[in-house]
Design a binder for this molecule. Structure first.
Ligand code: ASP
Length: 358
């Protein structure tokens, strides 16, 4: 969706076509003093964000503010039923209900907005933006977030696709052989309902950060969170400083992966601070991995060598248009460390670095 000019915004508000209302009032915020020749627009996202970085860069090139651009980018994933980690089609909580978390942060105004445990609304990033622009708050959760979204005209819809419901049912039926939910079986079968051996905690999210032609930075992170979570569980994605952060003078960062680790380490704000101290985006992302690993004291979360065994992944860009991505693990079942990038020339999937190799 194209950003609205102020006069269009007034007309749009009058029409109250909610959910689609986007104010374009950012021009009044001071713009960083960079020579325009020094500004290298850039968009980074998690690996599921190739279309998102394309969309965001297309908007930035036509003059959009970075926040308009990154939100429009991640809306593609939120609307896509095939992306089972975000928005419509996201994997549900343990009761089979999709609960979404999202946050936005706007560099030039140093404002942010977020929603958590939001049900029935497929674009939580748009609601997060309205929390930033149309309330005195930063974070609204659960029932309150749904009421707030409806007050702005968002329509409730069932976000659980058949594909996500079937995945949830398979998990539920195979969780324990002592409970009442059974997978398909024969009458001779004995070990039915055994915990799926290959089952692992599955995470997934889209994070997207951008630097626009005015030299301004903005970020968004949006997710359906940890699959089959306890209802009401909130990860790092909607928490400013943990799942995303931007300092318009320095850079922007965001994360995907085990949210609990980032909540405990405020990883995104740390990455931005390390960049302020002179680290490159990649070095800063790697330092965040080190910090998560070194601070973990819980044996159940470590492998036999005492290393943090879950994955966390960080994405960062700085004011100069440099970028980086690092994760705790690569290789084996963790796969390649990939991220999406648009440097103004083309959208690409690139490989990042990791602290450990499986
Ligand atoms: N970080 C998200 C969360 O913990 C999930 C993910 O990125 O995969 O909710």
């Amino acid at each position: 969706m194209k950003s609205l000019k102020r006069r269009d915004f007034l007309r749009a508000t009058a029409l109250a076509s909610a959910g689609a209302v986007v104010s374009k009032s950012f021009a009044k915020f001071p713009i960083e003093k960079l020579e325009s020749s020094e500004i290298k627009p850039i968009v980074i996202a998690s690996a599921n964000g190739l279309k998102a970085v394309e969309k965001a860069m297309e908007m930035i090139k036509s003059g959009s503010d970075a926040l308009d651009a990154v939100i429009a980018g991640v809306n593609i994933n939120e609307d896509d039923p095939e992306d089972m980690t975000v928005g419509y089609g996201g994997l549900p909580n343990e009761e089979g209900v999709v609960e979404l978390d999202a946050a936005v942060m706007h560099g030039p105004s140093y404002r942010a907005g977020a929603v958590a445990s939001l049900r029935n609304i497929k674009n939580p990033s748009k609601v997060a933006r309205l929390v930033m622009e149309r309330t005195d708050h930063v974070l609204i959760v659960g029932e309150g977030a749904l009421k707030f979204a409806k007050a702005h005209g968002f329509k409730e819809e069932n976000l659980l696709t058949d594909k996500a419901r079937e995945a949830w049912l398979k998990w539920k039926e195979n969780l324990s052989k002592e409970d009442d939910w059974l997978p398909p079986h024969n009458i001779e079968d004995d070990d039915i309902g055994e915990i799926i051996k290959s089952y692992y905690r599955h995470y997934g999210t889209i994070h997207c950060s951008a630097l626009d032609l005015s030299g301004n930075l903005s970020v968004v992170t949006t997710t359906s969170g940890l699959q089959f979570k306890i209802p009401g569980r909130v990860g790092d994605s909607p928490i400013i400083g943990a799942g995303l952060y931007v300092d318009n003078e320095v850079g922007a960062a965001g994360s995907t992966g085990r949210g609990e680790a980032n909540l405990l380490n405020c990883s995104s704000v740390m990455i931005v601070e390390w960049m302020r101290q002179g680290k490159s985006p990649e070095e800063a992302c790697l330092l965040a991995c080190k910090r998560v690993n070194e601070r973990c004291r819980e044996k159940r979360l470590k492998d036999e060598k005492g290393r943090f065994k879950h994955n966390v992944k960080f994405y960062a860009i700085n004011k100069k248009g440099e970028y980086g991505c690092a994760s705790m693990w690569s290789g084996g079942s963790y796969g390649k460390i990939q991220f999406a990038l648009h440097d103004g020339k083309e959208a690409r999937i690139l490989e990042g670095v990791s602290l450990f190799k499986a």
